[in-house]
Design a protein around this ligand. Sequence first.
Ligand code: BGC
Length: 383
Amino acid sequence: MKTSSKKFVYLTVFVIITSQLTLSSCFNMKSDTTMKISENFFGRIEEKEIKIFELENPKGSKVSITNFGAIVQSLYVRDREGNFEDIVLGFDSLEDYIQQTSYFGAIAGRYANRIAFAQFTLDGKTYQLSANDGNHHLHGGFKGFDKVIWDARPYLDTTGACLELHYISKDGEEGYPGTLDVYVTYCFTLDDELKIYYQATTDHPTILNLTHHSYFNLSGFTQRNILEHELIIHADSFTPVDSTLIPTGEIVPVKNTVFDFTSPRPIGSRIREVFNKKTGYDNNYVLNTTDSTVHPAAKAYDPESGRILEVFTDQPGLQFYSGNFLDGKIKGKNGKIYQQHDGFCLETQHFPDSPNHPEFPSTVLRPGQIFRSLTIYKFSTDR
Ligand code: BGC
């Protein structure tokens, strides 16, 4: 793995995944919406119980989310024949999630993606963050939001089955100023949408960029890699990066480049022409929007299974990452070995390294302001 993250050692980790296991505490709630939530024991970190919640709709689509790292552990949606299969990469055990450095299914923060040389200046003061990606800071540092324990509150409402996750990130955590109070709420709807609501406040000026880091593979159970998936990204320009994946500061049109996904084409069609740190797409796209309402950002389609994923967001950017660093060394769910391009991420976000690029949209959050944002992943089929 490219990230040199520290290994986290916790005293006891129980590997529990199915609802049938003895240590599980399970409840079902039904309401008029006929959505269902169940809650199970997933493991233990020191004295704390880690849980896994399953949000299920009447169609039979379901998502499992743990309060460790706010991680989406599985997501079952049907293909065109009606077969429900898991379309996200991940692990069966909590221990594997504790050890991972790929951010499978997690919420990345405080600052998703990279900050050059792990430094930024705000109101005249320079802050040093932890450098967990060579000299740079990636996805919040060694112990980012993907590695912390969130307080969880499941509930049903008119939106669907929801899981509110809450975390207080203390002043100085991973080098960031200000105590940040953050909520991430996942809601799974009757229409197979996974809605992610973000909310954060601070007691001191700080910076913030939150994203969701699921690796999708619409074939189901990672039966095929994602190179045949067709992709559209609603972006006429992107932010090129240097050899260490830090934006150069330019905003460049995608037209006549391998980065152009303005009309649908297979992810693999020109992927070998992209020379990033590791071959493949790993760039921020500047979404075609003029306001901060929720708008279409991207659409992926697997012609073989018929599954479709659409992404909507109010954020200005989208990181398209084609799983370049998956290297055949990770054993995932059901013993599946993940190879390069076995999954792709569509991460709604502010632009990487914005705190060092005043020309990019601001990521500063000040006391008294409330950061609010919504991203929707919607699943369907071609018939
Ligand atoms: C980044 C990649 C990074 C990956 C971590 C993505 O969001 O763009 O460069 O390797 O996360 O697994």
